[in-house]
Design a protein around this ligand. Structure first.
Ligand code: IMP
Ligand code: MG
Length: 189
């Protein structure tokens, strides 16, 4: 069925069903690694708000799920242009609970140059968690500037600026249920 797309959207790149499947696959992998243990998912606001919620619920349904899954959030911002973050990542809002001694899984929407996850791994790793891993729904491997480990990846993302499912362009389009490509004329040159 032909779908009417909102203004500024060129096409759907990844459907809501494909995103849900990716979350289920990541949840199965995480469940396999933390069976019988307690974990804290630390979602990175605001982009990862939907993936964190959906991954947490998929984890609850995964066979051999962790016994206890807690949620916390952190917010960062980075300078840079409209398309890409810079190396200068800044903490905007910290987690509400200490992560010392806990098994922590950072949950990110997308990794591009890697600066954001690199910053978060270093900062949270300094706090003596029992373990620290990262789950990233969308991997854009084309412009990596720093080497950073991603333990769980949902899908490879085309080399496009994408919006929807938490991802924004100037705070718009976050609530689209699918991942979409913006019309090029919407983005600054
Ligand atoms: P990195 O620091 O370049 O790895 O990028 C990570 C952050 O940049 C993500 O958390 C997003 O906030 C943002 N980002 C990277 N690519 C996109 C995109 O295609 N659309 C929207 N935001 C993006
Ligand atoms: Mg993000």
């Amino acid at each position: 069925m032909q779908q009417t797309l909102p203004p500024g959207i060129e096409r759907v790149l990844i459907t809501a069903e494909e995103l849900a499947d990716a979350n289920r696959r990541m949840a199965a992998a995480i469940a396999g690694d933390y069976a019988g243990q307690s974990i804290v998912l630390v979602g990175v606001l605001k982009g990862a708000v939907f993936v964190t919620a959906d991954l947490a619920r998929a984890l609850a349904e995964a066979p051999g799920a962790p016994t206890d899954v807690q949620l916390d959030f952190i917010a960062v911002s980075s300078y840079g242009n409209a398309h890409r973050s810079s190396g200068e990542v800044r903490l905007v809002q910290d987690t509400t609970h200490a992560i010392e001694g806990k098994h922590v899984v950072i949950v990110e929407d997308i990794i591009d140059n890697g600066h954001t996850l690199h910053y978060l791994r270093a900062m949270l790793g300094n706090r003596q968690p029992a373990s620290l891993r990262a789950a990233v729904l969308l991997d854009k491997p084309y412009h990596r500037a720093v080497d950073v480990t991603v333990d769980y990846t949902g899908l490879t993302c085309p080399d496009e600026f994408v919006v929807g499912y938490g991802l924004d362009y100037q705070e718009r389009y976050r609530t689209l249920p699918y991942l979409a490509k913006l019309r090029p004329d919407v983005l600054p040159a």
